[in-house]
Design a protein around this ligand. Structure first.
Ligand code: FAD
Length: 321
């Protein structure tokens, strides 16, 4: 067994996923205690250029046509061989559809312990993870000999896992990737939404507190005045008041605007996990005990349906003045 921390880099169709950088930052915190190196494990085909800004001591790059697109079958085969051969102290994967798929398979195949949905790792070998759908934070010591860990976003900024200095890339022999049972048949892209809320700097986000569909228009007017767009929590989309492309959260989009104005949103873990990278969160809620106030920089205990029109007028006045 060695003391290195492996980070399984997540990328799709030539795009690096932010969670890869988050994991590198977490791995660095852990490696300070183990004394090992941070090793990025990049699986792909003709994908070496993706390694350029990874804040890793070394990139183990496995190139194989069978790894050109993600399949759990190919990833499991490649990673099982790498982990069994090198026995790192920990292997970090994203708490994402891809990461959860691979981590559970690795755990079963290699008989290794899996700690899921981690927020942070520390030099003393401790992890902080969410359990019970995020209602409880659990702290513990990383199990051995090799701990598999899925990392959730929010604990580290992606910039912490990026480096201006390109890391050393070590081409690494692929295990035999023949006889795989799963191949990619086709990508089905989600329907293009009218706007991409993950890239918008100002979001007016409305929750169940908006009460009825007619009030959506008031939110749209405020968004227009502020130069932003309207998005929502899940109940609003479930009601059919906004399209799925506007949903923020575990089942929707992860957002990182300059301003996230959360109106009539309670702050359930499935919503909050997707907004923690916002620069500023302002919450409006009639319930002073709503958990959204715990993560908001500013809050107002007000009825949002009273506030919307007044706020729009004030913004317009301010702009006019
Ligand atoms: C597997 C899974 C995935 C999920 N994925 C998502 C997801 O992607 N996104 C998501 O959002 N949710 C998701 N959920 C649902 C999540 O658990 C919550 O139920 C949801 O986020 C609650 O939405 P809300 O805050 O709008 O509603 P509520 O929790 O009902 O909160 C409404 C809030 O509005 C306040 N309020 C009421 N009236 C007013 C008023 N007039 N003015 C101001 N405030 C008012 C109330 O005090 C309350 O705090 C998921 C759940 C599961 C189990």
């Amino acid at each position: 067994m060695n003391q290195d921390i492996y980070v399984v880099i997540e990328h799709l169709r030539g795009q690096m996923a932010d969670i890869s950088y988050v994991m590198l930052a977490a791995a660095r915190a852990l490696a300070q205690g183990t004394g090992g190196s941070v090793m990025a494990v990049l699986l792909g085909h003709n994908a070496q250029e993706l390694a350029g800004d990874l804040a890793a001591d070394r990139v183990l790059y496995v190139d194989d046509p069978a790894l050109a697109d993600f399949t759990s079958d190919a990833y499991l085969a490649a990673l099982s061989a790498l982990i069994s051969e090198n026995e790192p102290r920990a292997v970090l994967l994203g708490h994402t559809s891809i990461g959860m798929d691979v981590a559970s398979g690795l755990s079963a195949r290699l008989g290794l312990p899996l700690v899921s949905q981690c927020q942070s790792l520390s030099a003393d070998g401790k992890f902080l993870s969410q359990i019970c759908g995020g209602k409880i934070m659990a702290e513990g010591a990383l199990p051995g000999p090799t701990a598999l860990v899925t990392m959730a976003p929010g604990g580290y900024k992606p910039e912490e896992g990026q480096s201006a200095e390109p890391p050393e890339v070590a081409p690494t022999a692929a295990p035999t990737l023949e006889g795989l049972r799963v191949t990619l048949a086709q990508y089905i892209e989600p329907e293009a939404g009218d706007v991409d809320i993950s890239k918008e700097p100002i979001l007016i986000s409305v929750g169940r507190g908006i009460q009825n569909e007619d009030h959506i228009e008031l939110a749209e007017e405020l968004a227009k005045a502020l130069g932003g767009v309207v998005c929502s929590s899940r109940p609003v989309v479930d009601q059919g008041w906004l399209p799925t492309s506007r949903m923020v959260g575990k089942s929707g989009q992860v957002v990182k605007p300059k301003l996230y104005l959360a109106m009539g949103i309670s702050g359930a873990p499935e919503h909050v996990e997707a907004i923690t990278d916002s620069e500023m969160i302002i919450a409006v809620n009639t319930d002073p005990a709503a958990p959204i106030f715990d993560i908001a920089q500013y809050g107002a205990e007000v009825d949002m349906t009273d506030l919307l029109e007044v706020l729009t007028e004030l913004v317009e006045e301010e702009k006019g003045g």
